[in-house]
Design a protein around this ligand. Structure first.
Ligand SMILES: *[C@@H]1O[C@H](CO)[C@@H](O)[C@H](O)[C@H]1NC(C)=O
Ligand SMILES: *[C@@H]1O[C@H](CO)[C@@H](O)[C@H](O)[C@H]1NC(C)=O
Ligand SMILES: *[C@@H]1O[C@H](CO)[C@@H](O)[C@H](O)[C@H]1NC(C)=O
Length: 812
């Protein structure tokens, strides 16, 4: 067999196959035509190529037989050629089979002949490469390392051979490069290789175009869009907008107050940029005071904020994204003061007493005032109430001294309530106060003052000694012992006698007692001074003069001075018979040592020989004739005149006045003789009584003397029997009271207990009893004796003491 190829004018390749030695004259012919030829296009001249006559074709009713009933090719019997009956698409017919041919049989009848015709369909580049999808999507993390490969979809080209996919191109090529890999089956695998790191923050979407080109002429291409989404990797930390934030907040702001808002940003996307805020302070209590909203960064108060406790807060902030990347920042919060603290006042000194003699500017106490607030709110001014003799001086910052401004006088004001008020300069200002009660202590600066500048006291004479006369009273403005007064009688003398023997003053009460009985007739008045002395140190005293007036009592009867009353003598007043009416016979002269009414004398005739003859002047005692003396009147007239004072009760004296009515003395004498005889008789009787009285008194005296001697002797004997030992005998005799002070002041109470014996044998008493029961308050002069007694007692109290001492006590 031999093959001949011809290239025809219209590009058809004619294949001639010469078949020899075929029995049934079978011929075989092949043609090659490109696909997609229009209808009627010539496939081959079959009559010529098979050597058949056109006539034969017509007579043989040549027809084409196709196994698959394909009718792409038709036979023109008249022309003896094969024509394209229908458009032939190689791709539809043979797909990827590189050799594509139509196998036909040409059948002739009469006789029957078979001819095989093979029509090879050749490919033309009529298909562009195409991708199954026109877009491919990749999600690639930005953290993907360089060199990572991503398999791309291959393009398909229905054409085959050179017309198939020949090459790929990827654009732009800055991130990815294309890698081709020829497979054994002739396909090309394409991969995209990361050449340069991705950064989502710069480029989130990358669009690439993959172009597949075939090798045909002209070249055809297909494209596919590659969408690369760069996935975020948490490669960016959050970043605060400021390195340090600042905010202010006023103290005492309520919880929930927004203080500041901070924010941070994160360049990453989505979850990786979700920032949560937190406070990281651990040492301090910031987290109890501030809170941050973890989502929006709002810092707000949750606790109390007190400027006085902390003036600044430093909050450490942390912003973190979900990926755990963080940034930190600081929020510095300045707390603003508000005037919420009162000043405090401290009184520094413990003592609240000051002496009234404190000098001006004496510091009473220091005062400290503090205000926790600051600035104006903490500037403190202090005042004290006015009208008190104190001032407040600023000594140092917030220290004040309270000093006296004037002299103090306890007697004027014994205590002061000093209110210290301090206020700050805040608006509104707060203030507080403290009241200090300052006591003024007493100094003995006031002398006692008597109630009166002088006293006059009266006492009726013949008083009983010791009677209280009156009471002096002095007062002392000082306090306590500085005002405890004692009254002292000042030493002076009255008529050469110390005044203390007249009066005494009770030291405690100021009561003036008489010491003796006064006799107005001897002493009508006297003066003395009494001093009142206080108990201060040194004591102050003042004195007052007392005028003591003794009041008269009618204790003296009138005394008749004239006519003198003598026992035996006869005295008579002569009244001449010629005397006229109103003749002054005599004058009874009487005195009364009393005074006043008590000495106001009146005279009355008590008895008279002839009452009608004489009268006595009631007040002057003049005895005058009332009528003319007649001869009938007796010579001897006798008048008893009563002199009476005006006291109550009144006292009186009588005087007998003899009046002789005669003209001559001898006459008178004879008359009066018998009168004197009576008197002599009387005198004899008196002498007898006197002698009798003397005898009785003498007898009594001698009797007493004997009695005393006998008692003494008896006692002496008794004592000889009782005391055998010659142990020392300490006599103890309490001294009698004597006015050793010489002031006339009665000493204080003076007590002692006398040991009495019921039994006459024992004049002593048990020591114990004496020592323990003797209670004495006595003059200082006695103290020495007392001490002696005490020391004796301590010796004697020793139980082992061999001494047995008995102390006799003297009875008063
Ligand atoms: C001082 O205050 C006290 C008690 O508050 C009061 O009893 C006293 O009378 C006051 N003294 C003066 C001098 O005001
Ligand atoms: C002193 O303080 C009290 C309350 O502490 C107040 O009632 C009084 O009015 C204050 N006195 C003065 C004088 O401010
Ligand atoms: C008595 O007081 C007066 C002033 O009243 C004074 O001059 C005199 O010295 C005082 N006498 C005595 C003894 O203290």
């Amino acid at each position: 067999m031999s093959f001949f190829f011809f290239l025809t004018m219209n590009g058809q390749v004619l294949l001639f196959v010469s078949l020899f030695a075929l029995d049934a004259v079978y011929g075989q012919v092949s043609y090659s035509i490109p696909e997609e030829m229009s209808r009627g296009s010539l496939v081959g001249n079959i009559a010529q190529d098979l050597g058949l006559e056109i006539q034969r074709l017509i007579s043989g009713k040549a027809k084409i037989y196709s196994r698959n009933n394909e009718e792409y090719i038709e036979l023109s019997r008249e022309k003896g050629v094969l024509l394209v009956k229908e458009r032939i698409d190689r791709e539809a017919l043979c797909a990827h089979t590189a050799f594509c041919a139509l196998h036909l049989e040409i059948i002739l009848e009469n006789p029957m002949e078979f001819y095989s015709v093979t029509v090879q369909i050749t490919d033309i580049n009529d298909n562009a490469p195409s991708f199954e999808k026109n877009e491919m999507k990749f999600k690639i993390s930005e953290s993907t390392t360089v060199g990572a490969k991503f398999v791309l979809q291959r393009a398909a080209d229905l054409d085959v051979g050179i017309n198939g996919v020949h090459n790929y191109e990827l654009k732009p090529a800055d991130h990815f490069a294309l890698k081709r890999q020829n497979n054994a089956d002739g396909n090309i695998n394409v991969e995209m290789v990361l050449q340069k790191p991705l950064d989502r923050e710069k480029e989130e979407q990358i669009s690439l175009v993959l172009t597949a080109v075939d090798g045909g002429e002209p070249r055809m291409s297909g494209t596919m869009l590659i969408q690369v989404t760069v996935l975020d990797a948490n490669d960016n930390a959050p970043v605060f907008t400021q390195h340090t934030y600042k905010a202010t907040v006023t103290e005492n702001s309520p919880a929930g107050t927004l203080v500041a808002t901070v924010s941070a940003s994160d360049a990453d996307g989505d979850l990786n940029s979700k920032i949560s805020y937190s406070i990281t302070n651990t040492q301090d209590n910031v987290r109890n005071i501030f809170d941050i909203n973890k989502d929006n960064g709002q810092v707000s108060l949750i606790g109390n904020i007190d400027y006085e406790k902390s003036r600044h807060f430093q909050i450490h902030l942390l912003a973190s994204d979900d990926g755990g990347l963080t940034d930190s920042s600081k929020l510095i919060i300045d707390v603003q003061d508000i005037n919420d603290n009162k000043p405090t006042i401290n009184i520094m000194s413990k003592s609240n007493v000051i002496s009234e003699d404190a000098e001006i500017n004496t510091v009473v106490t220091m005062i400290n005032s503090e205000d926790l607030d600051s600035g104006e709110n903490g500037n403190v001014n202090c005042f004290i109430n006015e009208d008190i003799p104190f001032v407040l001086k600023i000594s140092k910052n917030n220290f004040f001294s309270l000093v006296t401004e004037n002299d103090l006088d306890r007697e004027r004001s014994g205590e002061y309530n000093i209110t210290v008020m301090c206020s700050d300069e805040g608006v509104p200002s707060l203030s507080s106060n403290v009241t200090l009660t300052l006591l003024i202590s007493d100094v003995n600066d006031n002398a006692p003052v008597f109630e009166r500048s002088s006293y006059e006291a009266y006492i009726v004479e013949n008083n009983t000694p010791g009677v209280s006369i009156f009471t002096l009273k002095a007062s002392d403005a000082d306090w306590n012992h500085n005002a405890r007064l004692s009254y002292i009688l000042e030493d002076s003398s009255v008529n050469g006698v110390p005044v203390s023997s007249y009066v005494s003053v009770s030291a405690d009460s100021g009561v003036i007692h008489s010491v003796r009985s006064f006799d107005y007739e001897q002493l009508k008045e006297f003066h003395f001074r009494v001093r009142a002395q206080d108990g201060g140190s040194p004591p102050l005293s003042s004195n007052v003069s007392v005028r003591m007036l003794i009041q008269d009592q009618n204790d003296n009867a009138p005394q008749v001075l004239y006519p003198v009353q003598t026992g035996g003598s006869l005295l008579a007043e002569m009244v001449p018979r010629s005397a006229d009416v109103g003749y002054l016979v005599t004058k009874v002269v009487a005195v009364d040592v009393d005074s006043g009414q008590n000495a106001w004398l009146s005279y009355k005739v008590h008895k008279a020989t002839d009452r009608a003859l004489f009268e006595v002047g009631l007040h002057n005692g003049e005895i005058r004739t009332v009528r003319q003396v007649t001869d009938k009147d007796a010579v001897k007239q006798r008048l008893t005149v009563v002199v009476e004072d005006n006291g109550r009760p009144s006292r009186s004296a009588t005087v007998i006045v003899n009046v002789a009515v005669a003209d001559s003395f001898p006459q008178v004498l004879s008359e009066f003789t018998d009168l004197s005889m009576h008197d002599k008789e009387y005198n004899d009787q008196l002498t007898f009584y006197l002698v009798l009285a003397l005898a009785v008194v003498s007898f009594l005296f001698i009797t007493c003397l004997l009695l005393i001697i006998s008692v003494k002797v008896y006692r002496w004997r008794q004592s000889r029997v009782l005391y055998h030992s010659n142990l020392p005998v300490i006599p103890y005799c309490p001294p009698r009271y004597s006015d050793t002070l010489g002031t006339g002041t009665l000493p204080h109470v003076y007590n002692y207990e006398v040991c009495r014996t019921t039994d006459s044998r024992t004049s002593d008493c048990k020591l114990d009893r004496v020592a323990s029961h003797n209670v004495m308050t006595m003059d200082p002069s006695l103290t020495a004796t007392m001490q002696k007694i005490h020391s004796q007692k301590s010796i004697l109290d020793e139980p082992e003491s061999p001494l047995e001492v008995r102390i006799p006590f003297c009875k008063l």
